[in-house]
Write a protein that binds this ligand. Sequence first.
Ligand SMILES: NC(=O)c1ccc[n+]([C@@H]2O[C@H](COP(=O)([O-])OP(=O)(O)OC[C@H]3O[C@@H](n4cnc5c(N)ncnc54)[C@H](O)[C@@H]3O)[C@@H](O)[C@H]2O)c1
Length: 331
Amino acid sequence: MKNILITGGAGYIGSHICIKLRENGYQPVVFDNLSNGHRDAVASDIAFIEADIRDRAALNKAFTDFKPVAVIHMAALIEAGTSMVAPADFYAVNTAGALNLLEAMRQNGCKHIVFSSTAAVYGNRDTGLLSETLDIRAENPYGRSKAMVETMLADFASIYGFHAIALRYFNAAGADPMGRTGERHNPETHLIPLVLQTAAGQRDHIKVYGTDYDTPDGTCIRDYIHVDDLADAHLKALGFILSSETPALEIVNIGTGEGCSVKDIIVLCKEVTGRDFAVIDDARRPGDPAKLVANPAKANALLDWQPQYPSPRQIIEHAWKYYQSTLKNTR
Ligand SMILES: NC(=O)c1ccc[n+]([C@@H]2O[C@H](COP(=O)([O-])OP(=O)(O)OC[C@H]3O[C@@H](n4cnc5c(N)ncnc54)[C@H](O)[C@@H]3O)[C@@H](O)[C@H]2O)c1
């Protein structure tokens, strides 16, 4: 079986990808420092290396011990808001950490990589759907720390012969449809889990940051992509790079092409949970673009990928089911 090194595999998205990899004949090897992930999010019979991507010796040992045919690189600091006050941490982990990983790959003869990039590289635009051909206009250090990795990957592809794909995810949401894993960030900053925590009575209210954006209801619009569809996109991306003959970097949006506002999400959460709760309007947060919605045409054409769960209601239903199961487990 082919080993795949998955950095950040104990995190929200990574734990879903581990499940998909195994279901499709790959053997995941998780490399995660558990700074934000959970050991129990990864099945106990999956190889687990608790280490930091900035630790070259630990990376070298992982390549020597497991000889992965490819890397899925997800380990990163993910909070755009925090990056506005602590940018150095983001460049150290997300950018320098990625360079350390790429160098370890080069040293160990592994040249296939799927990289977790982000829609945050686009920033604020007047255009409709965002296509990969647009220039980089990240509004925060988080987005810039990821864009720099894309630049490095392009050079590693053209000069060192890497086969790379950067997936620019839009807003990952939902949970495994079978309830095996889901979103457990701590602290949580993502909208859907925050609203569901409020519906469950774990928070007094939900804040809406900015109601004066140039959008139909004044709140920010995002493209919510089911985490199971995201995991599926990684499988397709892996298949693509492993069968590609020519070294290259491909950059591919992973989103549905449909936007949903903050207010839309709150209404849907109230409907799905059947609960009412307080909603408080607040000021805009720095670094939040008004609208981020993918043009998913390249993912459809290049990877033959289509979302199976495009409905925000179904995304929320799966997230709610998983969240309720975590509440039961902690009682
Ligand atoms: N969640 C989203 O909506 C979203 C959107 C766009 C891009 N992304 C990207 O997807 C990836 C995964 O996101 P997520 O939501 O699953 O986040 P997450 O925080 O749940 O997972 C990240 C994992 O990386 C690990 N990690 C962090 N720093 C590390 C280090 N220095 N060494 C080793 N491991 C380290 C954490 O312990 C965690 O398990 C990230 O790269 C993120 O930037 C996420």
